[in-house]
Design a protein around this ligand. Structure first.
Ligand code: PRP
Ligand code: HPA
Length: 172
């Protein structure tokens, strides 16, 4: 399994100067497009955690989150950017590097007391994943863990997700 993850990691593409000059962007698209790599990533994200449902963060967290949910036999909930959902159960606002953002929980999805695996593709500054965890708890559910494919450790985003188990499969 570790070997499969190492193989998967080689499919992360480094793109200089995106989205702006000086930033080295890690693009996991080629990794997700590869069957064995996706399989390794999905198994490793959910392994040994006890969860009833997966919550994936829009948009790239949807891809990974739905795959994890299916592999582990749970349902999946999309935590969405504002203005997309017809009926919102709960919402959370949070600050990003520049400005503010909002995540919304769709109605009639999460039940109080459920154990949620919060999934996203990348942990950068931690604002998004931290807010996703707070939204789950605000709705009366429990965060089983937060799991991402890739953590950009220099941004110290993990420090913003205090009190939760945080799993990152790859760290750069
Ligand atoms: C990216 C990524 C995470 C978030 C990480 O999403 O998919 O959700 O940023 O950054 P943070 O740790 O600094 O909060 P983005 O907002 O680019 O949206 P997308 O998935 O729709 O491309
Ligand atoms: N890759 C993917 N998503 C990101 C990155 C990155 O390097 N930085 C912030 N979000």
């Amino acid at each position: 399994a570790d070997e499969a993850l190492r193989e998967a990691a080689r499919l992360v593409r480094e793109v200089p100067d995106f989205p702006e000059p000086g930033v080295l962007f890690r693009d996991i698209s080629p990794m997700l497009a590869n069957g064995p790599a996706l399989n390794a990533v999905v198994s490793a994200l959910g392994r040994d955690f006890d969860f009833d449902v997966v919550a994936g963060v829009e948009a790239r967290g949807f891809l990974v989150g739905a795959a994890v949910a299916h592999a582990f036999g749970t349902g999946v909930i999309g935590l969405r950017k504002p203005g997309k959902l017809p009926v919102v159960a709960d919402r959370i606002e949070y600050s990003l590097e520049y400005g503010r953002a909002t995540l919304e929980l769709p109605a009639e999805t999460l039940r109080p007391g459920q154990r949620v695996l919060v999934v996203d593709d990348v942990l950068a500054t931690g604002g998004t994943l931290g807010a996703a965890c707070r939204l789950v708890r605000q709705a009366g559910a429990d965060v089983a863990a937060a799991a991402v494919v890739l953590e950009l450790t220099a941004l110290e985003g993990r420090d913003k997700i205090l009190g939760e188990k945080v799993r990152a499969l790859l760290q750069v």
